[in-house]
Design a protein around this ligand. Structure first.
Ligand code: 4AD
Ligand code: MG
Length: 431
């Protein structure tokens, strides 16, 4: 039995065994400081040459960075720092002595680090980021269950597009021709809500988008949620509740991670008590133009536009009711203006950009068929989907949250490639 560093505060003045990797070592020849990493945390081990036997001291001298080892010792409180603990070692056993580790303290370029991603995930900042990712996933599951959503899962092999047909990854599929990797499980969830009422999926999706930016992956994790009898405004309420629940749980559980990342969380703290802004697309365009953007009505918002819109904002901003011509076929037309759809993007603050896309869905069979034709899509591909409008069609809405976009914002990562263990980018498939 060994103890995990996360539980160490319960063992002050007691003897424990820890197992982990050598993260860092300093030694004066008489006293050595070993920083151990066990996955659950980091801890300083103090080894006094005069207090340990020769074998242990020999092992301490032989341990190289990333060597795996076990240590038995007594837990003590740090003499100066409250809430920080140390281990006074009695015996140290090497499990495996690592050969020279390629990642040091010096400034390696991003390409070098990405080529060594299989090792880079051991670094403190990566540890902190991946743990924040886990908390965000937990917050999503907890919040959606508290709102009566049921988790279900959508297929990855799909016969047709959900989003832009130019961004599909084709895969040869036996005698059936070509399949595509899913871009979003939304269309399938729209079927399942007639069984489950409210449901969500959470899994990898794929976009063959040649965007080389700090916010695009070719494979990313999407949470799609869908609810029957929910219309446009309530759909935004759910998104707002979800984002606040994520921020709240991260603030509660990730203080150690935030301090490792040197992430100032005051803006996150600040958004919890305030309603998010809801700005119609047309008003967003006017505002952007007054701020100096050359965007015109009918154009998609670029990265710079999203940044401009939220620069001064203490809360995320919903941009809603976009022109139907630049949005997918499934979005419901706005009853007050047939050229618009009842959709929204949610733009995070602090340069996060779009983190969620959502909409009310077209629930009228004839209107939907007309939209499918207008967009030049194969009717046959969407026959099953349209058929949902024939058997007890109901108003319904949903949204998709990009997990890595969310992690990037909350953790304050410069680049999305650090928010997933093994990122897939236009120009990178290894390791
Ligand atoms: O806005 P999108 O394309 O919406 C959909 O796919 C809908 N079918 C979702 C739904 O209503 N159920 O994608 C949703 C989110 C975006 O807001 C963004 O956070 C993320 O997915 N996203 C990406 N994240 C990383 N890399 C990319 N290439 C992304 N494309 C979209
Ligand atoms: Mg979108």
């Amino acid at each position: 039995m060994h103890t995990h560093i996360k539980d160490i505060s319960a063992y002050v003045s007691k003897e424990v065994t820890l197992k982990g990797w050598l993260h860092n070592k300093r030694s004066s020849g008489k006293i050595a400081f070993l920083e151990i990493r066990d996955g659950s945390g980091f801890l300083q081990i103090i080894v006094n040459k005069s207090d340990v036997d020769e074998a242990t001291w020999g092992t301490v001298e032989a341990l190289t960075q990333e060597s795996s080892f076990s240590v038995i010792g007594e837990v003590s409180s740090h003499p100066k720092k409250e809430g920080v603990f140390e281990l006074q070692a009695r015996t140290v056993h090497a499990i495996h002595i690592a050969t020279e580790y390629p990642i040091g303290n010096k400034d390696h370029g991003p390409d070098f680090l990405m080529n060594h991603r299989h090792l880079w995930v051991r670094s403190k900042k990566q540890w902190a980021t991946l743990r924040i990712r886990d908390v965000i996933e937990t917050a999503i599951h907890d919040y959606l269950h508290s709102e009566a959503f049921v988790r279900t899962d959508s297929p990855i092999f799909t016969p047709s597009a959900c989003e832009d047909t130019t961004e599909l990854f084709p895969v040869p599929y036996f005698d059936l021709g070509e399949a595509y990797l899913s871009q979003s499980g939304q269309l399938y969830l729209e079927a399942v809500i007639a069984g489950l009422g409210r449901c969500y999926d959470f899994g990898p999706v794929f976009r063959a988008e040649k965007s080389v930016t700090r916010r695009h992956l070719t494979e990313f994790w999407m949470m799609d949620a869908e609810a029957a009898f929910v219309e446009h405004d309530e759909n935004m309420d759910t998104q707002e509740g979800l984002v606040k629940a994520i921020v709240k749980m991260c603030l509660e559980r990730c203080q150690v991670e935030f301090s490792i990342l040197e992430r100032d969380t005051s803006a996150l703290q600040g958004l919890l008590e305030k309603p998010f802004e809801r700005l119609m697309y047309k008003d967003a365009i006017t505002r952007l133009q007054s701020l100096g953007s050359d965007i015109k009505f009918g154009e998609d918002l670029g990265n710079d536009d999203e940044g401009l819109l939220t620069k001064e904002s203490p809360v995320p901003v919903f941009i809603h009711k976009w022109p139907k011509d630049i949005k997918p076929f499934y979005m419901k037309r706005d009853a007050e203006d047939e050229t618009l759809v009842c959709n929204n993007d949610l733009i995070g603050i602090e340069g996060a950009g779009e983190i969620i896309g959502g909409s009310q869905r077209e629930d009228d069979y004839d209107v939907l068929m007309a939209r499918i034709k207008e967009d030049g899509l194969e009717i046959e591909d969407y026959a099953w989907y349209s058929e949902l409008r024939k058997y007890g069609s109901v108003p319904h809405s949903g949204f998709g949250l990009g997990l890595e976009r969310m992690v990037r914002w909350i953790a304050g990562s410069a680049h999305i490639r650090e928010t997933i263990p093994f990122p897939r980018l236009v120009n990178r498939i290894r390791p």
